[in-house]
Design a protein around this ligand. Sequence first.
Ligand SMILES: *Cc1c(COP(=O)(O)O)cnc(C)c1O
Ligand code: SF4
Length: 397
Amino acid sequence: MPYSEDRSAWFEGQGLWQHVDESDWKDWAWQLKNRITKLEDLERYMTLTPDERAGVLFAGHKLAMAITPYFFNLIDRNNPNCPIRLQMIPRAGEGMLHAEEMLDSLGEDEHSPVPGLVHRYPDRVLFLVTDRCASYCRYCTRSRLVSNAQDYNFHPEYEQGLRYIEAHPEIRDVLLSGGDPLLLSDRKLDHLLGRLRAIKHVEFIRIGSRIPVFLPQRITPELCEILKKHGPIWMSIHVNHPKEATAELKTACERLSFAGVPLGNQSVLLKGVNDDADVMQALVHRLLRMRVRPYYLYQMDLITGGAHFKVDVRKGLEIIQALRGHTTGYAVPQYVIDAPGGGGKVPINPNYIETITDDEVVFKNYEGRTFRYPLTATPVAAGEQEKPVKLHEELHG
Ligand SMILES: *Cc1c(COP(=O)(O)O)cnc(C)c1O
Ligand code: SF4
């Protein structure tokens, strides 16, 4: 098996952090305090390529670099193409702008009635509660505000957001995101979830978080108690490659599941990371074994300095086609493009329909065989009418 289930980042990291007590290693505050954020730290642990070195020097102007020791341990330091490395270590491409790219590619700011609250769809809002993450993904959609490297001056203001939600009875679904909401303290999270639960018309609360992946130590029994208390709280985690699906992540997912938190996964299609049907299949199978249902596969947004991650949409379709029918239906995520400029998420699907008329739809199955489904209801001749009755009698007496 290329990605064995029991690989643990602790085991892989003995070489680098063997001086650290296991109790420190398992403490999320220790992990955060010891994140790799500077070029000197990084170069102490690994040899960067010239492309990466230039990227790290530029990162401070775009999106800060930060990597938890736990997640850093998953990097193959001998392989510049390691899928974890590509996601975490900046490269020179981040400084290269292209005409199609935008700072706010989803037009989120235009759809924000109050700072940090995006109200794009009729019945739900995206509530950005922090600009911090445990580690920073180099392709982040919200690079403009996350980590505040671009002086965007985003200061989450919960009170304004909560008041807006309270005043809008059409909002039945609140998605907490950021940044990463699970970086808030237990106390703050408890308060925020309590306030949302107290709003009668809010019937669905969910959290988008990459903390279980970057910092599984944060999924403590105390945190799970809070999520349980305010439940049902749904959660979308963010895993892109099977290497991220460690024993630690599995434990974190189990704790969340057992606290009654249904788990979904969002992946971003990234060049060199997961633009491959076998990698994606390994990932989705791994996720199901961790009680996580693949939810969305995103075409990457048109963020500034993101072109080196861009994958052809036809490749994405090919991956979905390689999954659908060939494996468990639960394992297949919905491939979407979040429409540039702010049109919302649009499903992008392989085309199984060959023709569709008033009479019939002609379509292909997963093997490429053609089938027909008639849309008509043609009466049969009088003498033939008894056939179904007879057949029924034969079968059921
Ligand atoms: C993604 C998103 C949502 C949630 O969309 P679902 O398809 O319901 O998961 C809501 N608001 C905004 C602005 C979003 O970007
Ligand atoms: S965890 Fe999410 S919000 Fe944070 S850097 Fe990664 S993609 Fe961006």
